[in-house]
Design a protein around this ligand. Sequence first.
Ligand SMILES: Cc1cc2nc3c(=O)[nH]c(=O)nc-3n(C[C@H](O)[C@H](O)[C@H](O)COP(=O)(O)OP(=O)(O)OC[C@H]3O[C@@H](n4cnc5c(N)ncnc54)[C@H](O)[C@@H]3O)c2cc1C
Length: 455
Amino acid sequence: MSHQSSAIVLGASIGGLLTARALSNHFDRITIVERDLLPDCAEPRRSVPQSAHAHGLLASGYRVMDHYFPGMMQELNALGAPIGDIVGDFLWFQYGHWKLRHASGLPGIMASRPCLETAIRHRVKSLPNVTFLEGTSGIRPMFDSQIGRVTGLTVRRQDSQDEERLTADLVVDVTGRGSRSPQWLDEWGFGQPQVATVTVNVGYATGVFERRPGDFFDSMGALVQGAPTTTRYAAILAAEGNRWIITLAGTVGDYPPTDLTGWRQFAASLPVPAVHALVSKARPLKEITNYRFPADQRRLYECMKRFPDGYLVIGDAVCSFNPVYGQGMSVAALEAQALDDELTQGIQGLAARFYRRARKIVDIPWAIATGEDLRIPQVEGIRPLGFAIIGRYLERLHVVAAEDRVVCRAFMEVLNLLASPTSLLSPRIAWRVLRPRNSTRKEQQDPMEARSRVA
Ligand SMILES: Cc1cc2nc3c(=O)[nH]c(=O)nc-3n(C[C@H](O)[C@H](O)[C@H](O)COP(=O)(O)OP(=O)(O)OC[C@H]3O[C@@H](n4cnc5c(N)ncnc54)[C@H](O)[C@@H]3O)c2cc1C
């Protein structure tokens, strides 16, 4: 890397912060440009409206963050964010069955999204080679057509009419789903990336409640997803401040109401009565807030024939997934780590190398999210060959994972983006899934039942 090399990160949300952390290993100066003024404490902010809603961190994301910010998870824990085993302390109800509750060794933390983002931001702010330009909008990257590369970014501060030019060796767009990179690339003569979408029309409605010792099977939360074709979900997440952040969600327009009475009735329609029991007795601490998410959306940058040097796109700007699967932050973390690796070979040919890696990272959560979404009959999209057979195999796998530790662990590794979905078809797992069983029960309502069988 040349002397005084510099990079710009556009966007200071979780994706931008992790990108800056990765870049800090390779560049002399990193500037993060963010249009919001960033709060000092853990508060939601205007441009990240999703932060009021339940945000689960997968074990893969946890591991990357723990590696980049040693001790941060313990600091969050000291602030009241529960840390635990993502299978032993967090509960999963899917396809009519609770997953076997056991110590899997896969780590999890339950913190509100603003709390997690603030902790990461404080860590990134303390890096000596990173500067924040907050309250500053990125207007457009500067593209030099003579040399075919991006050379910096024009920005405008909130209190000014004037544009400033910041030069850099690398500009990374981490502005989320609304990223304008497709238009910019088109204007520079590179064309636009193809876009894959699966329309899901998910509605979120989230309440915050007091959390008391022993609540909800003495767990730190749960994901409740009914039969494969049902449209209703709940994410119940403990958070700092002895709170539950409880998101009810419905796909294909089956939106949860935002008045407390209607919202509680929606909870009563879930396949697990414990959710309604919790929300009808717990003390509400805030109004219900809502969010609408139209479609899984993936921009296929890896398929573009040409891409400018000195430029990259990362995070939700590349792919934003139906949030009920809790993947976005972990995918951004895995991409940041891949970028870090690729930069050890320098900046030459970076885009092609990075997108090869990013494609593999995104393929898996994309297959999981869209695969699940397409099981809902009303969701439009092309079901690949063998889709129904895989679906039946998965249904069987969910039954077995309620009582078989090996199958449960294998499934959780996939769900947490630590293993490929094809690992579930390996002979070791397929045999356990398909062999005849004596005790394949229909439905269980109590996750404690599953735990007691292991002990
Ligand atoms: C309702 C909902 C629930 C979710 N739940 C989960 C979950 O449970 N688990 C999980 O892992 N993920 C979840 N996600 C996804 C997660 O929020 C994102 O993956 C995560 O925030 C990383 O996104 P990002 O940093 O790429 O972009 P974003 O979070 O969208 O941030 C983009 C940033 O860029 C800034 N910006 C945009 N344009 C400009 C500009 N021109 N100039 C300067 N700054 C700009 C914005 O202000 C913002 O700070 C959820 C998403 C939604 C919508």
